[in-house]
Design a protein around this ligand. Structure first.
Ligand SMILES: NC(=O)c1ccc[n+]([C@@H]2O[C@H](COP(=O)([O-])OP(=O)(O)OC[C@H]3O[C@@H](n4cnc5c(N)ncnc54)[C@H](OP(=O)(O)O)[C@@H]3O)[C@@H](O)[C@H]2O)c1
Length: 251
């Protein structure tokens, strides 16, 4: 089995890469900075590409080089850019990074992976969105809106790729205990409800991929909470979500 993981150099993507290595898959990862994987024997078996997913040609070259004109069974897009933009203003740089990575990067991943998989008439493309992208209200954060867009893009590709035998799976996690999430929250995740470990998240994602689910939201309690919040009027929901964000930031 050949697996390419965009954003497989840390967090959820790296945990998935390790799980697939344990299953004896041939695994490639890409990220913009490979230094965190060097001099680490556990990662020696990974095929590594230093690539920015916003650069479509560079991503296509990496995937082609990995496949050597052969097959690609699974492409997982774990890249993402996130910042706290509900209770706090974010900079232009943070906002443009979110738009570029979460939207252009998502599009490039689908485009590149589907080009290879259409030639072989099989395969599976997975994108990591977020449970926050399932809630639709006007004052949601820019991050949530980009993840909502990613879910919609995946839906469009699912329909388009069905005739080619290519499956599309969307993963919408709640809070996952990654280094990035910790950095963003000054190492304090005590106010993140229903937090799951990165290994737990990886196991749930592996199962969803194996079962070729269309969309998986986890953990269940977060899915139910979002389902309930989604029933509320937008004005009330906006107030609740704004207060929640400020409480999380101790404002
Ligand atoms: N952690 C959570 O609580 C949580 C919850 C819901 C959804 N998610 C989503 O899950 C995904 C992974 O999150 P994470 O917490 O594991 O974050 P992470 O540790 O920061 O992982 C992101 C990965 O993507 C790579 N990456 C980022 N921008 C890239 C680009 N332009 N080109 C190529 N690679 C890029 C990063 O490597 P480089 O920086 O070296 O490029 C890294 O390997 C994201 O899409 C995030 O939105 C996370």
């Amino acid at each position: 089995m050949k697996v390419f993981i965009a954003g497989g150099t840390s967090g959820i993507g790296l945990a998935l890469a390790q799980s697939y290595l344990q299953q004896e898959a041939v695994v490639a990862v890409c990220g913009r900075d490979l230094s965190r994987l060097t001099n680490h024997p556990a990662y020696d078996a990974l095929i590594k590409f230093e690539v920015d997913v916003c650069d479509r040609d560079a991503l296509a070259a990496a995937v082609d080089s990995f496949c050597h004109q052969g097959t690609l069974d699974l492409f997982i897009n774990c890249t993402g850019s996130y910042a706290d933009d509900v209770a706090q203003a974010i900079s232009y740089e943070e906002a443009s990074a979110m738009l570029r990575v979460n939207m252009l990067g998502t599009l490039n991943c689908f485009d590149v992976a589907s080009e290879v998989m259409r030639r072989q008439s099989r395969g599976q493309i997975v994108t990591i969105a977020s449970v926050s992208g399932k809630l639709d209200f006007p004052n949601s954060s820019l991050y949530s809106k980009t993840k909502r867009a990613a879910i919609q893009v995946a839906d469009a590709y699912r329909r388009a790729l069905l005739p080619y035998g290519i499956a599309v799976t969307v993963i919408a996690p709640g809070y996952v205990d990654t280094t990035k999430l910790r950095q963003l929250n000054q190492q304090d995740l005590s106010k993140k409800p229903f937090l799951v470990s990165v290994d737990d998240a990886a196991q749930r994602i592996l199962k969803a991929i194996q079962q070729k689910e269309e969309i998986v939201i986890f953990p269940k309690r977060m899915k139910w909470l979002m389902g309930f919040l989604g029933l509320l009027p937008h004005v009330l929901l906006s107030k609740i979500m704004f207060r929640k964000a400020k409480w999380m930031k101790n404002d």
